[in-house]
Design a protein around this ligand. Structure first.
Ligand code: MN
Ligand code: MN
Length: 296
């Protein structure tokens, strides 16, 4: 069920990703990139499964632009653009690293080759720890390090993390890929000087509903209903709460975060401050192989 939607969402996400790959991002704001890619996904006929992430240099993941965000991409930055499209809740999750620093080209190549290697070994019944080892082996050959505490994940309808993980290194915990199940695989790579772990940064600008429990604030409850109707359990950005004036949106969202109805995701930063590259595909596991839905 949902296979056709997974494939269509994949085609749209793939086209949106390839449009970014060819872009000169230097001098653009993160806001421009987020809004541009999100508009592209919608124009191609899908909904956004989460706010476009534009994570720069040592920020590995989970940065999206705030309303009026003035953050500008530098001329020698390493920029991960991670985007999601969905049709009826069936998600395609994919990412590309746009790197403008020749000294970090090797981490980008390592991430891309590790992803390709993973796509060649995934199939129904494959052990996630073996996929992780295959990813790690490629990254080692490039004299780089994987980020050990970031993983790929199974997908479900309106669910980005459906329970199973695909590690980027050999792992004690392992499971098997199920036939017909959708997964995202996403090697994150840092330099040999990196610690190979990410930790939470200060900024939190991606949110998701965790419970529909009411607060004592009627206006916040209205926002809660709106979030459920518009985003279901999928992540969203403050930018998307455009029914409210930005200051009011921030206040109500803060109330929902404090009451634990909404979770605020922290940006994830490489623990030694080293740059990180990422590549990501979504695939459906099958007997003997996989359909990579986000392959261009
Ligand atoms: Mn992603
Ligand atoms: Mn993902």
């Amino acid at each position: 069920m949902g296979r056709e939607e997974y494939v269509r969402a994949g085609g749209i996400a793939s086209a949106a990703r390839e449009a970014v790959r060819g872009m000169d991002l230097a001098g653009r704001t993160a806001l421009e990139v987020c809004e541009g890619v999100e508009a592209d996904i919608r124009r191609r006929g899908a909904e956004c499964a989460f706010p476009v992430n534009v994570s720069i240099n040592e920020v590995a993941a989970h940065y999206t632009a705030e309303p009026g965000d003035t953050l500008v991409i530098g001329e020698s930055d390493t920029v991960k653009v991670d985007l999601g499209a969905h049709i009826g809740g069936y998600i395609a999750d994919t990412a590309v690293t746009v790197n403008m620093d020749p000294d970090h080209e090797h981490i980008v190549r390592a991430a891309e080759e590790a992803l390709e290697e993973a796509m060649s070994v995934v199939r129904a019944g494959a052990k996630t720890r073996d996929i992780g080892r295959a990813i790690h082996d490629v990254i080692k050959r490039h004299s780089c390090k994987p980020i050990a505490n970031l993983t790929g994940h199974s997908l479900g309808q309106y669910t980005i993390h459906a329970g199973k993980s695909i590690p980027n290194t050999w792992a004690l915990r392992s499971s098997s890929l199920g036939a017909g199940e959708a997964y995202a695989c996403e090697p994150f790579v840092t330099t040999s000087s990196g610690l190979g772990y990410v930790q939470d940064g200060e900024t939190r600008n991606i949110f998701a509903l965790v419970s529909k429990k009411r607060t004592k604030d009627g206006a916040a409850n209205e926002m809660l209903d709106h979030i459920w109707e518009r985003f279901n359990m999928l992540p969203f950005a403050r930018r998307w709460l455009d029914r409210w004036e930005p200051g009011e949106a921030a206040r109500l969202l803060d109330t929902l975060v404090k009451s634990r109805a909404v979770h605020a995701y922290a940006v994830l930063v490489e623990a030694a401050g080293q740059r990180v590259a990422q590549a990501e595909h979504t695939f459906i596991a099958e007997d003997g192989g996989a359909t990579v839905t986000t392959r261009a």
